[in-house]
Write a protein that binds this ligand. Sequence first.
Ligand code: ATP
Ligand code: MG
Length: 407
Amino acid sequence: MSERDAAVRVIRELRGRDHVAYLAGGCVRDMLLGFEPKDFDVATDARPEQILTYFRKTASVGAAFGVVLVRDFGATIEVATFRSDGAYSDARRPDDIEYSTPEMDAQRRDFTINALFLDPEEDRVIDFVDGQRDVTARVLRAVGDPDQRLQEDHLRALRAVRFAARYGLSIEEGTREAIRRHAIELRGVSIERIGEEMRRMLLHPSRARACVIIDELGLDDAIFGDEVSFESAVMERLGQRVTYGLALGALALCRGHGIDADPTNICARYRVRLDLSNADRDALGAILGMVTRMHADWERMGVAEKRRLSGREHAPDALLLYAAWCSARGSDAANAIASEMNAWYDSEEGACPPPLIDGGDLISMGVEPGPLFREVLDRVYDAQLEGRVQDRDAAVKMARSVSEEPG
Ligand code: ATP
Ligand code: MG
């Protein structure tokens, strides 16, 4: 059973017990805007304790927020009780919630397009906030007073950017001004929540648009801790699906990080500001470092060095980023690098095949372990990568002569 069908079964079951139940939130928005919903949430006037008794496979999540997961029909469906949120004293979580009516439940939601309900049996939209008008006009508008809504939860500023970018919506004037006015307060939001929003924005194909909107709304200072102008050309040239490291690399270049600058600072800053994992931070550093080398050193590099770089983790991403950077400047400098690297990637042995000999071979040749060891292995491997040494015998022979060199 599809997830939608499972949600409809849940709704039917609840109605059979004289409850009101609708599809709610993101799935209604996605369907009306013509996108495939990611998950189908149900909203109902049944209380969590009732929902738990109506279905066999349930789990109570965020009990305080009145959400029950129902797994009876294959997919996991989130079933939430209509509620109104109490006061927001920490600009993040409502202090208390009250179970309530569909109308009040719509009022607590952030944007009108997110506040619609759908009766799937009658295919009828239940709209307390003029959300359908905004869907048609492709406008993102806060529910109620935008200042108050931004004040309650500053993360809504970033959610606005994400929805506007992803669906190509314009942000309604009053909502936009409220976001601007509250921009700096985004600093008070936990870096985990900011990091998660940014990650979702940057991984989505609409990432360049999102960054332009962040810039226009003056949110960059609060997010990144600096104010530099954003130039979207490099990011626009990335493919649809990218790794997070590649998206971050494009972000850095678009935000004025020089192609030949040391990435240490930008990595440290984004690590904190975007709550990056060590792996993502390391990927960003590696990609920016390799882009610098492609730009500044490639022509001077020997074949072995080029192959070693090509074989490093994230090298394909570095190439994609360098190609985007060059293309944004109308330069074709990346083409030659791409054809060299791709030839290695496409070859049977790859960019960096296993070395023909290793430390064990040197020991059996009687070479004393020490600093010389690494040097011998490196030089023999360079020769292998350059095709000067083609088999094991030749490698052993070269190792012997190198280790016997004076000095
Ligand atoms: P997606 O999951 O695609 O990002 P979504 O709209 O489903 O979009 P969720 O975060 O899953 O977003 O939230 C579900 C619904 O809950 C939203 O559609 C919205 O109505 C409401 N909501 C979520 N976060 C907030 C918030 N910070 N303030 C007000 N309402 C919110
Ligand atoms: Mg959702």
